[in-house]
Design a protein around this ligand. Sequence first.
Ligand SMILES: [Zn+2]
Length: 122
Amino acid sequence: MDSHWQTVDNIRTKSNLTPQDVIDLEFAMLSIVSDLGTEIHHKNSGYSVRLPRYRLRNNCTGNLAELRLHYRAHHRELRLLGSLVERLEHAAQRSCAHVWERDLSDRGHRSSYYCRKCGKYR
Ligand SMILES: [Zn+2]
């Protein structure tokens, strides 16, 4: 951890930071908070996991396994986030005193209405 703090101190005293300095600074700071148990602290406080970065440009065969790991982790997070959004939307729609308006964009044969306040359709 001391070498990461040294990196932070070295970069803090520089006047003109390069893009690599900023990348190194982020890596050092994330390493420091990781060593301090940031994931456990965030989880216990109700926050999601922090997804690590991955390289967008790389030789594709060399890091295929790594990219698959990132893909699965992001897919899990996306599904979790989607279910949270859906649950909150349903809760908002159940507690809404709906204000129904005709959906004029509906070109089908059946008329439909949507709630101006929460977006629910009927
Ligand atoms: Zn409503």
